[in-house]
Design a protein around this ligand. Sequence first.
Ligand code: 3HC
Length: 692
Amino acid sequence: MTAINAVTDYSLEGDVGVITLNSPPVNALSAAVRDGIADGMAKAFADPGAKAVVLICEGRTFIAGADITEFGGERKGADLLKVMQDMENAPKPVIAAIHGTALGGGLETALACHYRVAVPSARCGLPEVALGLLPGAGGTQRLPRIVGVEKALEMMTSGAHVPAPQCLAMGLVDELTEEGKLREGAIAFARKVVAEGRPLKKVRESNEKVEAARGHPEIFENFRKANARKFRGFLAPEYNIRCIEAAVNEPFEEGMKTERRLFGELMSGSQSAAQRYAFFAERQANKIPDVPDDTPQIPVGSVGIIGAGTMGGGIAMNFANAGIPVTIVEVKQDALDRGLGVIRKNYERTASRGGITAADVEKRIGLIKGSLDMNDLAPADMVIEAVFERMDIKKDIFTKLDAICKPGAILATNTSALNIDEIALVTKRPEAVIGLHFFSPANVMKLLEVVRADHTAKPVIATSMKLAKKIGKIAALVRVTPGFVGNRMLAQRQREAQKLMFEGAMPWDIDRVLYDFGFPMGPFAMSDLAGLDVGWVKETSKGETIRDVLCEMDRRGQKTGAGYYDYDENRVARPSPVTEKIIQDFVAKSGVNPRQISDEEILERCLYPMVNEGAKILEEGKAIRASDIDVIWENGYGWPVYRGGPMWWGDHVGLDKILARMMEFQAQMGDVYKPAALLETMVAQGKKFTGS
Ligand code: 3HC
């Protein structure tokens, strides 16, 4: 074994030269890794004993892409494109040996090899789109040449990590080796290539699949149309598509130039900067300053859930999906049956769309057990309460859990509003109590607000954060405050949306501005979808609010065909003259002179108070860092990721501008707009929340 550099070794194993990279955590293509590949290849090509070359990685994964931390920095080390060119033009076969994930620049490196072998558990993908980018090392030109245009469009615009067996089926991988025996398998494959005199396959020269799509622009147009909703607002998907068009219509070298140019545009743009920030923000959110990585974990082998409603059922699915057995407790048999029925239906729907197999459905359902007896939760390592939002009910449940659950069990509440400190104090073990605020639908939404109460023990926090990742959630740790972080900020936007309506803006104007900003829908469309009568009581309604009047008229949202909007039979919304009249009457009664409100003002009024509230949350220590707030808003509330979350966005709008407007609002409309002290300090010191 010869050391090539600090992260690369070379060895000759029989007649095969093996280059081994070892650059934790994910073998990203840092300058040292690029140098290592370049020098390792040069050594292998010059080694007369090596008839073929294998490129393999140590640790948890094959190369997981370019080193994102190097982006925007000084250019150092070997040029990746030159390294790849040398590999592709090598005088002897080069084989990539893949385990873990071959992603982005990692897959591009593998595509510049003549052959690729992988273990069955490996995954391959070009996920640059998620960073607001496109593959910038030939991936856009090579992938369609090997898997065809349709599959390349799908892979590059979704960023999916495709399982190795599927990669084999589409020709991206040439052979699967036995799990855990990649090195031996890759060397054996290399010998086979030599023995059979197989050609040095250069993907760049394989034009059949791209030529098949030439003269068929409809392939791209149809793809754009089919995905218009998904891609709305994002630049990167469109740029990826254009690169594939170039692969089809231009020779390889020209296509490479197009790729370079479009990659450069994205890299220097604001969207990719925001999306790269979001990538690191999500990972940063897992790091809790006073709960270090080596904090003891509580093994969670089984979970209990109280409540089989929409929330409880969705939460249960997360654990079953991760292979963790769940017991759901309900009070009445029919409610339990209904809840379990909904879970089965959800799984069957996923299976009918090809997401999971029928066997998966049964396996997951098999992990979920129903019960009417809370005593069945005695052996659970964690219990999550997901019942109606009433303090007396929750206190009663936690008193019972305290008596039933084994020592050391984590007692969690899914409350979205109630004071968890108060709930914890009814138990004799407040250190075991934590908030796990799932978002609806809990089996779909990515965000988990983990709420640390006054007495929550560190192992309980550490375990909850790790478990969140295991069940596929993105977690952020917050402290107890009304509405926690997400809903507390949402309340600002909701208040402004309502106030603007009383000043002359119509619901559809407000919704349009927020939709155009990039939210999936505005607050009024959202209310119509959720149902205006959530929390509304017919018997006591006195027509005091616009919502009261709408509900009294049976305009309760989409489900009744009308709410703020009118809906046609396809549930397409139209501005409603009825609602408009109701609003005008309210405004007239209140004596306010309605005015024309600009889109700019609507946006400022809805979003600046949120940034201000975020600052208050930080100054009160309710969130650890500004980027955690952004993680919450991007993953739980549809804040467009290409605008980086409210705090990143605020930094880029200019905190001085936001402060000035908040002061104007305060002067005009009162102290709810009072600027946060932290906002004032940041502006005075010329600082930013996200350091961007
Ligand atoms: N560059 C730099 N650091 C990276 C990295 C990368 N490409 N990928 C992961 N890391 C870091 C993470 O920041 C994290 O650091 P931390 O421990 O200090 O927080 C650490 O590696 C481990 O990452 P995860 O916590 O995400 O580990 P997982 O095991 O959950 O996931 C992974 C591993 C699937 C590889 C995931 O990290 C991932 O998806 N990484 C990004 C992959 C990617 O986007 N590649 C394309 C890069 S752009 C590119 O290649 C451009 C090219 O076309 C020119």
